[in-house]
Design a protein around this ligand. Structure first.
Ligand SMILES: Cc1ncc(COP(=O)(O)O)c(C=O)c1O
Length: 357
């Protein structure tokens, strides 16, 4: 073991080291007791400057203008599973494209609000490929898809083509590459993968869709409340906003989303190559559907999984246990994970195979 810990956690996930340093500095006690960023009013000038810069940098990375509004909310992506249909699917049918676990969860919540249609699913293939889109309902509210399925390890390269507003769960691929955010009617992502820490959920909404929101919703659950209140209807998760700001500054300092994408592609390619070159490890997702962010993989003998996880932990490789819904192993390769971490993982995998293959 090199003495370095490599963190492959699916979320909350690794923060870039410079971000940790900046946040530690911002939180460090001062001799004169100057309050930290987490101890000041969200309505004061010091915090409003953070909020403004965060909004501006996010809009720039996403290529969004006035047509869209960025909301900074709480409740995670899970709350959006219900919040979205409550607001945008009243009197219309929302359509769902299923490529894995999270899409199924989003659909189940929509079904509690009203009828929801499945217009494509690759469940029969065990979510090994991306689904085709079938017929959309005539009164279709939106087409929901999960940009990157964190558990099954599938990713849409581009948003699906459809003549209705697209609604995307981008939780586990947010800001991992240049992406046509402006083509979406709605998008959401928890911050705890590529944008910092848990407690912040980014929502993007095309402003013309606000007209569809019914007037009888609780104020908290009406997106318009957050649009008019600049995401400060109640106390925001201020520290998570600050961490998000440091994270987008870090992305900028790396050279922007194009550079981040190149790095992410190189990491994923290295790991998939190692899996494909071996008869001991496998990943059965169709090549064109493979996720660049989350790589699930299996050993020939399922009984070896717990030994792999334990030995990997000993070697300083953390967070490799697969999700309980599918088992196996999973390496999450979010922006903060560097190529050295992937090299260390591949080396460990090859050594483990030599001993157990
Ligand atoms: C694609 C996707 N959607 C939704 C969720 C749920 O997110 P949250 O815990 O923020 O509700 C996750 C969490 O891992 C996810 O990866």
């Amino acid at each position: 073991m090199s003495g370095v810990i490599h963190n492959f956690s699916a979320g909350p996930a690794m923060l870039p080291l410079p971000v940790r340093e900046r946040v530690a500095e911002a939180m460090a006690p001062r001799r004169d007791r100057t309050p930290s960023v987490a101890e000041i009013s969200h309505r004061g000038g010091r915090f409003l400057a953070i909020a403004e810069e965060l909004q501006a940098r996010l809009a720039e990375f996403m290529g969004l203008g006035d047509e869209h509004k960025i909301l900074l909310l709480q409740g995670g992506a899970n709350l959006q599973f219900a919040w979205l249909p409550m607001n945008l699917a009243v009197g219309r049918t929302p359509a769902y494209l299923l490529s894995g676990h999270w899409g199924q969860k989003a659909l189940a919540e929509a079904g509690r609000i009203g009828p929801a249609a499945v217009v494509g699913s690759s469940e029969e293939s065990g979510f090994r490929e991306l689904p085709e889109i079938g017929h959309l309902p005539v009164d279709c509210a939106y087409l929901h898809f999960t940009g990157n399925e964190t558990i099954h390890g599938l990713q849409f390269r581009n948003p699906p083509a459809a003549a209705v507003p697209l609604a995307a769960d981008l939780s586990s691929e947010f800001l991992s590459r240049p992406y046509p955010y402006a083509d979406l009617g709605f998008a959401y992502a928890g911050a705890q993968k590529n944008l910092g820490i848990a407690g912040l959920t980014v929502v993007v909404i095309r402003q013309d869709l606000l007209e569809r929101i019914p007037d009888d919703l609780p104020r908290y659950l009406d997106y318009r409340t957050w649009v008019t209140g600049d995401s400060m209807y109640n106390t925001p998760s201020t520290l998570a906003w600050y961490v998000a700001l440091e994270t987008v500054r870090w992305i900028e300092s790396c050279g922007g989303l194009g550079v981040i994408e190149e790095r992410n592609q190189a990491k994923a390619a290295r790991l998939y190559q190692a899996i494909d070159d071996s008869d001991f490890y496998s990943n059965s997702v169709a090549e064109e559907a493979r996720s660049q962010m989350n790589v699930p993989f299996w050993t020939v003998d399922e009984a070896l999984v717990s030994r792999f996880v334990a030995a990997a932990e000993e070697a300083g490789l953390q967070g490799l246990k697969g999700h309980r819904a599918v088992g196996g192993l999973r390496a999450s390769l979010y922006n903060a994970v560097d190529l050295d971490a992937v090299e260390a993982l591949v080396e460990f995998m090859q050594e483990f195979e030599r001993r157990h293959g």
